[in-house]
Design a protein around this ligand. Structure first.
Ligand SMILES: Nc1nc2c(ncn2[C@@H]2O[C@H](COP(=O)(O)OP(=O)(O)OP(=O)(O)O)[C@@H](O)[C@H]2O)c(=O)[nH]1
Ligand SMILES: [Mg+2]
Length: 374
């Protein structure tokens, strides 16, 4: 038996610089992921937020954004803990941000969406439990994202068009910024979201401060009625490229408040299959372009998140900047090999411990041990 405790939340060492400051991380995001829960008024965002984080958002603060952490469960953690019997288990978390509902008339939405500038991924909620048309709402919501970007880029372009007329010391930079932004303005005016085009380096630079919303990855939850028997009709029906799940969010929140015993009894009585919150969290992680890797030892088994395509030195920097600075190599195993074989000794005996360099592309489920010099 393990007598470990689980520490929730992915701590973020204060030494860790901003993601952009890392030389290899120019286009990558930090290990800390913010997921903005968005949608029209009353669609169940705060209910979903409470279900996923266990924290009720404060109705008195409903005009602004509120956040809480949701630890990311991973089915590989328990078998790894069987092997290491660690003193401590730490799970990486997603930061979920509950936001005020938008108005279906688009009125005032650009300002409300301003609260989301920090988000790395959008979790769009649309209701069907109240008779709304969730697919129409999801498409309308995309328009709101685009309009918010259009407002920002238009404002910046108009200002730049004025300032480049004046002889200023930074005129050349302003002209470059204008040249980068004008094609984006055209794209938005044609109602094309920015995620559908490839940005050039100057465009990435020119838009970085704005964190434009129509570039963000998205995932959608349709909040269905408790007794909805035809959730399947929503499968594959959302906006192109957006994973969509139909969940009776209100019911799930109630179920999550029950004891395991009561819930099992209730579910079997009502013929319900509880929706799997853990798998929803993992889908959100995947939609945000992130994956999980592990560090494991007798002191601690721990999960970390990294953008898909992230390298060993980035994974090291996630843990501590010193590990990235003094990086020598990453001793790497596959968690499934380790779980199958039961020990590091057996991994080494079968030559499954790899010595990986800085630019090794970390795979979901890798167990890393960073060798570094101080
Ligand atoms: N029947 C049913 N009611 C729900 C469900 N989800 C939410 N509700 C109810 O709908 C109302 C709005 O839910 P919230 O979670 O506050 O919605 P919201 O999107 O946060 O609303 P705003 O923040 O005002 O935009 C509340 O009265 C909820 O109890 C659901 O799945 N089924
Ligand atoms: Mg709310």
């Amino acid at each position: 038996m393990m007598n470990s405790f689980i520490e929730l939340g992915q701590p973020h060492p204060p030494q860790l610089g901003s993601p952009e400051s890392h030389p290899n991380n120019r286009h990558k995001r930090a290990s800390r992921m913010k997921i903005g829960i968005v949608g029209y008024q009353g669609c169940g965002k705060s209910t979903l937020f409470e279900w996923l984080t266990g924290t009720a958002s404060d109705p008195a603060q409903a005009h602004t954004s509120q956040s809480a952490m949701a630890p990311l469960p991973d089915p590989r953690v328990a078998p790894l803990c069987e092997i290491y019997q660690p003193k401590k288990i730490t799970l990486a978390s997603l930061e979920l941000v509950d936001t005020p509902g938008l108005d279906r008339s688009h009125e005032g939405n650009a300002a409300r969406l301003g609260l989301l500038r920090e988000a790395d991924c959008l979790l769009m909620v649309a209701s069907s439990f109240d008779g709304s048309d969730p697919l129409a709402d999801l498409n309308r919501f995309d328009e709101d994202l685009l309009l918010a970007d259009l407002e920002i880029v238009t404002g910046r372009v108009e200002r730049l068009r004025e300032t480049v007329k004046k002889p200023r010391p930074d005129r050349k930079e302003q002209q470059e910024e204008l040249a980068a932004l004008e094609p984006l303005l055209t794209t938005l005016e044609e109602a094309t979201p920015l995620r559908e085009i490839e940005l050039t380096d100057p465009q990435i630079k020119a838009t970085r401060a704005f964190r434009l919303l129509s570039r963000l990855p998205r995932i959608a939850v349709v909040n269905v009625a408790d007794d909805d028997e035809d959730k399947g009709r929503f499968e594959g029906a959302g906006p192109a490229g957006v994973p969509l799940l139909a969940v009776p969010v209100g019911l799930e929140l109630e179920l999550s408040r029950m004891s395991d015993e009561d819930r099992a009894a209730f579910e079997s009585e009502m013929g319900l299959e509880g929706f799997d919150r853990d798998s929803l969290l993992r889908k959100i992680l995947a939609a945000s372009g992130q994956m999980i890797y592990f560090t494991a030892g007798e002191k601690e088994v721990r999960t970390w998140i990294l953008p898909v395509g992230g390298t060993a030195v980035e994974a090291a920097g996630n843990i501590h900047t010193d590990l990235a600075r003094g990086f020598i190599r990453a001793e790497t195993m596959r968690s499934e090999d380790l779980i199958r074989l039961g020990s590091e000794r057996e991994i080494k005996a079968q030559n499954l411990m790899r010595q990986e360099p800085k630019d090794y592309v970390v795979q979901d489920g890798d167990v890393l041990m960073i060798r570094f010099s101080v």
